[in-house]
Structures are given as structure tokens and as C-alpha cells.
Design a protein around this ligand. Structure first.
Ligand SMILES: CSC[C@@H](O)[C@@H](O)C(=O)COP(=O)(O)O
Length: 520
């Protein structure tokens, strides 16, 4: 047993031995393991002394190198013996495809002899550094583009850092990279029951890197999202099917469901070797089931009745539609995101505020233009805006009247969510046939809204929807059009209220919902 420095790479080859850190001993002890035969490598993989999909792949590859070396003689390599060892290595853990991929890749060099097999395995180790760096950079850019422009609260699960790979890691590597860019306020680390990879390993790596973190029990994560403590979830992967369904540490699926409900980006970072294109979707992924004692014991002490049986799958599969993006060293894969409506919850005010962009003196000197583009660009967030309006008004209206042009966005999302008819109030000259029209003044000049006379039936209850409430002129004009149609204004909804310009007072006779309020 040797103590190694904390910054040593987690896997290397040294004079006929695979050298690694025994992850079972962390964080109390940094214990070096020297694995000198295939059985030792298999035992290390099975017991999670070496763990994390890329790391077990690399250990498997080095295991084949060990086997080839040990089965080399004057007549060359005993191919059958090495192939038998390779199959045993592959079987050590069934879910992470990286293991089989790496073992089979090293086997392609077997005909060239043991030295060539070793060269392939060590080349893969070196490659991992390049792959990690490329994926991490790409993922950090993506997270930058998906999140508010403020110090981020990130949530991660299991361990996907240098212990789990041959270099900086994947999801955790991305978090460290974002921290290097000064973008991280805090990382919430799921403890990751039952083997506590989050508490023991991720917390240790974050502490080592000086990145602020708090540990939470796995079951606290959904509540943290509901309370606005999470801007983005980042996880790794063990096997990704062709459609993007992703197997990862047990508990990942629940995180994705909660993130989808709260419109929070859910990003998977993994090397290309984690894709298994032989599987059309995740239903064919074999999930490793581990010993009951991992659940019935805590730190070697029994914590359940003696006869308790346990259900202990090591992984679960997150359906692709709950994943915002899967980032590899080569690409950003965005599965088609179809978050079920029932899953979508309203978006918190501060999340909206964090995504607003302000442009002073646009379109005129003295006017501050509030751009909502970043809100609409957030995967799932528009659905969350519509959910908020839906929560506010329930079914108390028969029609949505959306005001040109930016009111069309929320109006359409609301109509689609609620199955309510949508009508567009347009700028002058756009609509054919006889129209009602209403003039109104803006912060910068006059404008007019028009509505086809036949568009709204008399007596209908109409919800008027726009993007921003400033002086209230636009929505007052929309209300006028509703009244001119013989219909009733059921209420008004805007994404953003600029307080202090008198809009709310002007519309005080109407029920008004603003999803976010900022000073003008
Ligand atoms: C970069 S590691 C990616 C995954 O392997 C990781 O998230 C994970 O689920 C590891 O599970 P483990 O059982 O600890 O090997």
C-alpha cells in the first residue's frame, strides 16, 4: 500500500502492472493498487475499486495487455487464452459499453504481439485526455449558452471526474472547466446511494480543485430544483442507445424527470465510445444488478432487518426526450425533446429575470429594450411560461388573443398547452377584410392594432397575451378590440412587467398576470 499524490492520474501502466487509485478507500485514504494479473483487474472492476465507464474501459484494455504479456512465449501469444481473459473482463460489468469497446479494440492488435496490445491500450489512455478536453470545452460552451448570465448552481450525480476517466473527466470535467471560467457559484453533489460515489469521490475531487459544493441526499435534488437552486444538471453516461436513451448511475432518470418538470437543462457528457449504435433505444440496455448488502448495509453496518431483500440496480435509463443535449468530443446531440405537458411546471420569476437582456437606447434614445430571446431559446422554458399562465387562469377563458409580434410566442404556447383557440391581433394593413382597429401610444410614438371582425364571437371570454407590459397602451388597445367584437376580456397575461410606467394602474379593471416584474 503506497500513498500517491492527489493529482496523480487515476490509471497508468508501470512495469507490468496496471496502477490505479483504490476508489473504495477514498476519501479517507489515497491507496495505490498495483494489478499484476487479469483476475486482479477483474476483481478491481467488479468491486468498484476502479469505476466509471471510461475508466473501466481503460482498465479492461490494460487488462488485455497484461493477459497478452502473461500468455506470451517463444511461440508467440496464446490467442485463445487472451480471448478467454478478454471475455471475462467484458463480463465484469455489463452496463457500460466502454468496457467491451475498449477490450475489443486492444484485441485488434493481438496478432502483432503483446507489445502492440500494450501500445494500443496506452494510446487509449493518452487519447482519453484529448477526448475529455474536447468534450468538456464543447459542453461548457453549451451550458454557457443554455443558462442565465450569472454564477451558476449546478447539480451532478455519481462521479464523472478524473477518477472515472483517464483525464479530467466528462460531466465533472465540464463543471471544473466552467469553474475555471469563473461561472460556478456552487455545485450540488448528489451523495449517490448506495455506494456514495458523489459523497466520497465527487466531493473529494471538487474539494481538491477548490470548487464550492454542497452535498445533498439524492432525494433532495428534485426539491432543490423546485426551489430554484439548480440552473443546470450535468451527468455522465454508461451506454447511450442510437436514439439518445442513456444509461447512467441509478437515480439519473429521476433527476431528468424533475429537471424536465422545472425547465432546467439536463446535459449528458460522454465520449463517443459510450454510444451503442447496435441498440435502437434504451430498452435493450442490460442493467447490472448488484448485491443486496450494498442497500441493506451502511458503512458495513446492517441498516435493515436481517431478512430484508433488496432491489439494487446499479443504473437506470433516461429516455432521450428528457435530455436537453448529449455532448461528446465530436458533437452536440439534441434528442427531440417532448416533455409531456403534465410534467411541465411554471417557471420561477428569478429564472426569467436571469435570462432577460437589456439594450439601452433601443430602438430610440432613452428607451431600454428588454430582449426575451434568451428565454425562448431555453429548451422547455417556453412551456414553463405557458404553464404559469395556465396555473393563473385555469380554464376561465374561451380564446387567447395574442398581440403582434412578440405576444405571438407566449400566446401560441398557451393555446397549444390548453387546447384553446388562438387569434392574432395584428399591426395595420396585415389582415384582409373588415377589421376592428384600436390606436395606442407607445413609449416611442403611436401604433395601431387590428382584428378581423369575424375573428372573435360575441360573448366569448378572451385572454389577451403580450410579451412586455410597459405603459399598458398595447393591452388596452387589445382589450378595446375584444370589446368591439362584443366579447369580454377574461384577463391579461404578459411575460414581463416593467414596473413604474403606470401599465398596471391603467389596466386595473382587468385581472392581470405578469410572470416577472422588473423596474422600468
Ligand atoms: C465518466 S463516468 C460515467 C458513468 O460511468 C458514471 O456516471 C456512472 O454511472 C458510474 O457508475 P459506477 O457504478 O460508479 O461505475
Amino acid at each position: 500500500m503506497t500513498t500517491v499524490t492527489a493529482t496523480a492520474t487515476s490509471l497508468s501502466w508501470d512495469e507490468g502492472a496496471v496502477v490505479t487509485i483504490d476508489q473504495r478507500a477514498l476519501p479517507h485514504e489515497i491507496r495505490e493498487l498495483r494489478l499484476t494479473d487479469v483476475d486482479a483487474v477483474i476483481a478491481a472492476i467488479e468491486s468498484l475499486a476502479v469505476r466509471g465507464a471510461p475508466a473501466i474501459g481503460l482498465a479492461g484494455a490494460l487488462g488485455v495487455a497484461l493477459s497478452a504479456r502473461l500468455h506470451s512465449g517463444p511461440d508467440g501469444v496464446d490467442r485463445a487464452a487472451v480471448h478467454a481473459d478478454a471475455e471475462r473482463l467484458i463480463a465484469a460489468r455489463p452496463t457500460a459499453v466502454n468496457l467491451e469497446w475498449a477490450v475489443r479494440r486492444t484485441l485488434t492488435r493481438l496478432d502483432e504481439g503483446a507489445q502492440a496490445v500494450l501500445a494500443e491500450a496506452t494510446a487509449m489512455l493518452a487519447e482519453d485526455a484529448t477526448l475529455n478536453a474536447a468534450a468538456v470545452e464543447r459542453a461548457a460552451d453549451l451550458v454557457d449558452s443554455l443558462t442565465p448570465d450569472r454564477p451558476l448552481r449546478l447539480l451532478t450525480h455519481c462521479n464523472t471526474g478524473r477518477l472515472a476517466t483517464g483525464a479530467v473527466g466528462t460531466a465533472l470535467g465540464t463543471i471544473l472547466h466552467l469553474a475555471g471560467r469563473g461561472r460556478v457559484r456552487e455545485v450540488l453533489v448528489d451523495e449517490t446511494r448506495p455506494l456514495l460515489q458523489g459523497a466520497r469521490l465527487t466531493a473529494w475531487e471538487l474539494g481538491e480543485a477548490g470548487v464550492p459544493y454542497r452535498l445533498c441526499v439524492d432525494s433532495a435534488a428534485a426539491g432543490a430544483m423546485a426551489h430554484g437552486l439548480v440552473d443546470c444538471v450535468l451527468v455522465g453516461a454508461d451506454r447511450i442507445a442510437a436514439n439518445g436513451d442513456t444509461a447512467n448511475k441509478i437515480g439519473t432518470y429521476g433527476l431528468a424527470v424533475a429537471a424536465a418538470r422545472h425547465g432546467i437543462p439536463f446535459v449528458v457528457v460522454a465520449p463517443e465510445s459510450t454510444w451503442d449504435s447496435s441498440l435502437a433505444d434504451g430498452s435493450g440496455i442490460v442493467i447490472e444488478e448488484r448485491a443486496a448488502a450494498e442497500v441493506t448495509h451502511l458503512a458495513d453496518r446492517v441498516c435493515a432487518p436481517q431478512d430484508a431483500r433488496a432491489y439494487n440496480p446499479a443504473f437506470d435509463v433516461t429516455p432521450a426526450e428528457l435530455i436537453t443535449a448529449i455532448v461528446t468530443e465530436r458533437r452536440v446531440f439534441r434528442p427531440r425533446r417532448g416533455v409531456p405537458q403534465q410534467l411541465t411546471a411554471g417557471v420561477a420569476d428569478d429564472r426569467i429575470e436571469g435570462l432577460l437582456e437589456e439594450f439601452p437606447d433601443h430602438p430610440e434614445p432613452g428607451v431600454v429594450f428588454r430582449d426575451l430571446s434568451a428565454l425562448y431559446a431555453q429548451p422547455g422554458l417556453l412551456a414553463g411560461l405557458a404553464a404559469r399562465v395556465d396555473e393563473e387562469f385555469g380554464g376561465a377563458y374561451d380564446r387567447v388573443l395574442a398581440v403582434e409580434s412578440r405576444g405571438f410566442v407566449l400566446g401560441a404556447a398557451l393555446a397549444a398547452r390548453t387546447g384553446t383557440p388562438l387569434t392574432l391581433a395584428r399591426k395595420p394593413g396585415k389582415l384582409p377584410g373588415p377589421v376592428h382597429s384600436a390606436d395606442y401610444s407607445l413609449e416611442y410614438g403611436m401604433d395601431r392594432l387590428e382584428l378581423r371582425k369575424s375573428a372573435i364571437a360575441p360573448g366569448e371570454r378572451v385572454l389577451c397575451v403580450d410579451d412586455v407590459l410597459a405603459t399598458g397602451g398595447t393591452l388596452a388597445a387589445a382589450a378595446q378590440l375584444v370589446r368591439d367584437s362584443g366579447a369580454e376580456v377574461a384577463g391579461m397575461a404578459v411575460v414581463l412587467e416593467l414596473a413604474g410606467l403606470g401599465g398596471r394602474d391603467r389596466l386595473s379593471s382587468h385581472r392581470l398576470a405578469a410572470l416577472c416584474e422588473v423596474p422600468a
